[in-house]
Structures are given as C-alpha cells and as structure tokens.
Design a protein around this ligand. Structure first.
Ligand code: CA
Length: 450
C-alpha cells in the first residue's frame, strides 16, 4: 500500500551509500489493488522496502482514498490515541481477543506520525512500467534470485510438489516482496496498524487488520514485538497482511508455528504457493509470453476480456518473438502494458492468479518475467515508449474529467486507469483517428487539453 514517493530518492541514495557490504536490491512493489491497471505506468510501484518505507501488497487491499481532511497529529504522545486504544480494547475482546493478549500486544506502542505521513503521501507518484521493470528485474535481482533458489531448492521443490506452483514463481514473489528476505520491514505491526486504525482515513480496514494481527498473537505464532513488517501491515518474507495470513499461511516446517518472519523462509514460501494455488494456479502454464503483432493489428482486440487460444491468435498474426505460434497453454488475451508502442504479451489465466497478490500490470509482469529470467529465459525484446512519463494522480483525474466532458464517460473520477477509462480512451482515440490501444498516455492528456 502506500508509501512516500518523495522519500524514494533519499532512500535510494541511502542504499547507494551502502548499509551493508552486500549489494542491495530494492523491493519494487506496486500499490495495492489501488493503482492497478494504470496503462502508462504502474501506480506507485514501490521501490524500497525497509523499516522506513514500506507498503503492503498482499491481498485484500483497499484502494487508498484521496487525502483525508483529518489533521495530522505530529506527536507520538496523544491522549486521543490512548483513549482510542482503550475503546478499541472492548471491541477486540468482543471479537474473541483475550485481555492478557491484548495488553501484552499494545504494551509500549505509540501513535506513529511517520506511518500516517506515508499513508497520506502514497498514490500521487507513479513510475512507468519500464522504469519499474528495470529495478524489479534487474541483473542483480535475477542473480540473487538464482542464488536464493539454490539455497532453498529442497524446500522449494517440496513446495512445488505440494502446491503445484513453480519454484521460480515463488522465488520471484519473494524477490519482489522482500528482496529474498533481505527487507521484510522493521515496523512494529501492532503499533503501525493501531496508528492507521486510529486515523480516520481507512479506519475500518486497518482495525480489521489489527484484530487479525491480535488473533495471530493469540495463536502463539509469533511474539508481539517480533511481529514486524511494513508500515502498512505487510509481514514477513512475502509480505502477507494479517487477514491473508490467517486464511492462507501454512506451517510447512511442522513445528506448529506459521513463521513468516524468521530467518527460515520455508513457511513464507509455502504460504505464498498455497495462496497462488488457492486462486487457481495452473502448473506448466506461463503467466504470459512476449509476442509480436502483425501490421494492421486490430488494437481493439487487445482487451483482457477477448481471449483465444494462442493458435487462433497466430492465425491473426500474433506470434512469439521467435516468429512461431505460442503454445496452446490455454486461452490468452493480448496485453499491451504501454500501448501500441511498447512490448506486447499474450497473457494466460495465471496472470490473473498473480493479480491476486497485486493487481498492477507492472507487478504481475515483474513477477512473471523475473521468474522467467531466474529460469534462464530471455529479456523482454520489445521496446518501450521511453519518452513518456507516468501521469500523476491529478493528471489521471484530469484525463478522466476531460474524457467524460467530451462524451467518453469514465463512469467516475478516481484517478484509477481501469477498464472503463481504458475503454473511454479507446473510444476517444477512435474519434480522432488514432490507434485505439487504450493507452492513457501524457500525449492523450495533452490532446484532450488542446
Ligand atoms: Ca513452521
């Protein structure tokens, strides 16, 4: 979930300064279901994952709402927070949390204004998909992924056998979520979630996460102050939020604890595979395959709802970059994450399964491509419209307003480039005799302004 993009440069240079002797990777992680299908860029893919800046990404993620009017409290000592905790205690106990568990969990926690600052500042800044992929699938992350896979090969093979999810895919999620366990986030989960639940902006969502976190403590899987993670509540090697943990985490080591926080990543890796399995992962099916499009390709057919077997796509001239038809792994749709001037992919149902982790196209492609590269596959060959930049939230909203005003309704102004906005962009492009690829670019916004 959110992060402070303004802090990004500072954080990156901090890494560059070197916190440790080993080369360090960033942890790119797109926003929650939030930013999602931003056609010309991932909305807020995160780049760093440490105690100072973190965002969850795992499942049930509420869309960040635009900045709230609640005043930002700067002190960590606030009587209002203490009063809120006292009232929350009653609600937690009513949901089955024991008093002693509650009291131990909140012992010493304080309101954390930094958490709120990050929450308020997320979602305005975006990266283009190619900038995102440069980091998400850097040579270093690929190399480290291969090493991580070798280190955990035994566990990963057992996980693959049990849950039917390829080890490279599990490792790729691990690589993007915590740089293979290097940056799991050092925030006190109870303190962060209590702060977010106390804040008015998304109180209900975070209070439910906080209650789930207390249930985890009550089950004895982890001790209160060892329960650390991102500022927004994502925990452990593969950044599960508490409700996802309760539903999907597994004890793979057999010690009776579902330990996703410790050094040993086995439980976290198995939990990730269990999660993908639960949402219908098909072993042996790619997430997607890079393709080339024929001259005269009907861009309106590049629509996630328009699925065909790759052999049928091949008859339309959509073939792999080797010029051969893509194998019939199942029905697939053509995805153009950066419009007609960027790389093209045939994406399969497994793409949707990775979306259950995070719905941003860039994240899904990042996971899938990293897995392919760890397996020894080639780099993406297609180019990207490098001159483009990602639109800010206010620009995306402006685009929606202008499209709607011209009669191409986006059915709401929320800054999210979802299917309705993509369709409105296509219809607008058609009306001005442009390639209807639905790509919500800066050029389209400029055209709308003119
Ligand atoms: Ca265990």
């Amino acid at each position: 979930m959110g992060m402070n993009w303004l802090g990004l440069v500072a954080v990156l240079s901090l890494w560059a300064g070197g916190l440790s002797a080993a080369p360090v990777e960033h942890s790119p992680r797109p926003l929650p279901r939030a930013g999602v299908v931003v056609a010309n860029g991932v909305q807020s893919p995160r780049l760093i994952n440490d105690a100072r800046d973190d965002i969850s990404t795992q499942r049930p993620r509420a869309r960040p709402v635009p900045v709230a009017s609640t005043p930002l409290i700067l002190s960590t000592k606030t009587p209002e927070f203490d009063r809120w905790l006292a009232a929350f205690r009653g609600r937690a106990l009513a949901q089955g949390i024991r008093g002693d568990v509650f009291d131990a969990a909140i012992n010493g926690i304080t309101y954390d204004p930094k958490v709120i600052e990050r929450d308020r500042n997320q979602s305005e800044f975006t990266k283009t998909i190619w900038d995102y992929l440069d980091t998400a699938v850097s040579d270093l992350r690929i190399a480290n992924g291969k090493k991580a896979l070798e280190r955990q090969r035994d566990v990963l093979e057992k996980v693959e056998a049990q849950f039917g999810v390829e080890k490279e895919v599990v490792v790729a999620i691990w690589g993007l979520e915590s740089a293979y366990g290097t940056f799991k986030g050092g925030n006190d989960i109870i303190g962060s979630l209590a702060t977010l639940a106390f804040d008015a902006r998304r109180s209900a969502f975070f209070e439910s996460q906080l209650v789930a976190a207390l249930k985890i403590l009550q089950a004895g899987d982890v001790a209160p102050r060892t329960m650390t993670g991102s500022w927004a509540g994502a925990m452990g090697h593969t950044q599960f939020i508490p409700t996802s943990y309760l539903t999907y985490a597994v004890d793979f080591t057999g010690d009776g604890k579902r330990d996703i926080w410790g050094e040993d990543p086995a439980d976290a890796l198995a939990s990730t595979a269990a999660y993908l399995n639960r949402f219908g992962w098909t072993k042996g099916q790619p997430w997607g395959v890079e393709v080339t499009l024929p001259k005269g390709f009907d861009y309106a057919s590049a629509n996630r709802k328009n699925t065909k077997l790759p052999s049928a796509w091949a008859q339309l001239g959509v073939v792999g970059i080797d010029g051969k038809p893509v194998q019939d792994h199942g029905e697939a749709s053509v995805l153009l994450p950066a419009g007609s001037k960027g790389a093209a992919f045939l994406v399969f149902k497994n793409f949707e399964v990775i979306e259950r982790y995070n719905t941003a196209d860039a994240y899904v492609i990042g996971v899938g491509h990293l897995a392919d590269r760890i397996k020894g596959g080639p780099a993406i060959k297609g180019g990207w419209p490098l001159g483009d930049r990602a639109l800010t939230l206010s620009e995306r909203e402006e685009m929606q307003r202008r499209l709607t005003a011209k009669g191409f309704s986006t059915k709401g102004i929320d800054g999210k480039i979802g299917p309705l906005t993509i369709q409105a962009v296509r219809d607008y492009q058609r009306s001005i005799n442009q390639v209807p690829d639905g790509y919500a670019s800066l050029a389209i916004l400029q055209k709308l302004r003119s």
